[in-house]
Write a protein that binds this ligand. Structure first.
Ligand SMILES: [Zn+2]
Ligand SMILES: [Zn+2]
Length: 356
């Protein structure tokens, strides 16, 4: 196995050099997001599967999405095996990826075998993915006042952390939960207790817990920046916790993003609420619902109520411009038959080459 791994690493460092070389030769800011992608990678892969061009290593052969410093990618399905999400990320020229490590509507998943874990970790290196996270199960509610549900949530969250650690992921994105019939203050206390227990049960883990800002639907916690700050201030191991922004959620929760005063005020509110240094990732989605609607519906980039100018201004804000970007928009094709993930990623890629 080690010989195989070493062999792969040698192979990779070679192709990586090739990629860097290629990148340097590409003129800066030459990317036009509205032009169709110069090569159909999916077709290319199909051709490969049909037995053509097997000798050529795929990695490093084409330039990645044009984000020299910040990782960019999408949430991809692991249907048929964890490695399939890596293949999809590679197809979309991504440098970042988010996955569910199991069915998101179940409490516990089948254990990940050592072979699958190794295959995944190796695949991530091979695909040159620099930032990979998972999203936890939607059933988990660390804010629950029902003792059995709270205990089940803590166990399930520990399971999520263990799976992510095994896959060598940067973090597990989690929604802080809902207060239901109790008060937000009581529920936030339980979230802190739940996180402390989960972190104590996974002592020494590298994987981070990334608390996601929410839209504030129903009794969801975490739609106010200060609620997340409140949690961060009270956890026993703050170094294990970070924040994941979601542009759709922030907007639906009432944080405006129009360039200028509105955006600056949102940045200030986040700085005061949970501290900008705690942000580790931005889920980049447009919103189908208006500012302050507190309804969570993701729209394609530029096709929602935030709009492309404000989205660009937000993710390219000097205080956020270093953060990884991960897309979570519906998986579908446009009228021209293009995958919307590809269209959305190209639009975000184009943010880099526009002066604000
Ligand atoms: Zn999100
Ligand atoms: Zn959402």
């Amino acid at each position: 196995m080690w010989a195989y791994l070493m062999d792969k690493i040698t192979q990779l460092s070679g192709s990586h050099r090739y990629y860097r070389h290629f990148e340097r030769k590409t003129p800066k800011n030459s990317f036009d997001p509205y032009k169709p992608f110069f090569r159909n990678i999916r077709q290319d892969r199909k051709n490969n599967q049909m037995g053509q061009d097997h000798s050529q290593p795929k990695v490093g052969k084409f330039p990645k999405l044009a984000n020299a410093t910040r990782p960019l990618g999408a949430h991809h399905s692991v249907a048929g095996g964890l490695i399939n999400a890596v293949t999809l990320a590679k197809d979309y020229r991504s440098t970042a990826l988010q996955i569910f490590t199991k069915n998101a509507n179940q409490w516990l998943g089948k254990a990940i075998s050592d072979t699958d874990a190794t295959r995944f970790r190796l695949g991530v290196v091979e695909a040159e993915l620099r930032f990979v996270v998972s999203h936890d199960s939607y059933l988990i509610n660390l804010g629950s006042a029902k003792e059995d549900l709270f205990a089940k949530s803590v166990d399930a969250f520990v399971d999520e952390l263990q799976r992510a650690e095994l896959l060598d992921l940067f973090g597990v994105v989690t929604h802080p939960g809902a207060h239901l019939e109790s008060t937000p203050e009581e529920a936030l206390l339980r979230v802190v207790k739940g996180l402390n227990t989960a972190h104590k049960n996974t002592q020494g883990f590298k994987v981070k817990t990334l608390i996601e800002t929410t839209a504030g639907q129903g009794t969801s916690l975490g739609w106010r920046a200060e609620q997340i700050g409140w949690i961060l201030d009270r956890v026993d191991q703050p170094e294990r916790v970070g924040v994941c922004l979601d542009t759709c959620h922030l907007f639906a929760a009432g944080y405006a993003m129009s360039p200028g005063e509105e955006l600056e005020s949102t940045i200030d509110l986040m700085a005061q609420g949970f501290g900008l240094k705690n942000i580790k990732l931005i889920h980049t989605n447009d919103s189908k619902k208006p500012l302050g609607s507190r309804v969570d519906r993701h729209a394609h980039i530029g096709q929602g109520c935030i709009g492309i100018e404000s989205l660009r201004a937000f993710v390219m804000h000097p205080k956020l411009a270093h953060l990884p970007l991960i897309l979570e928009t519906p998986k579908e094709k446009n009228e021209a038959g293009e995958e919307m993930d590809d269209v959305n990623l190209r639009l975000i890629e184009g943010f880099q080459s526009h002066q604000l």
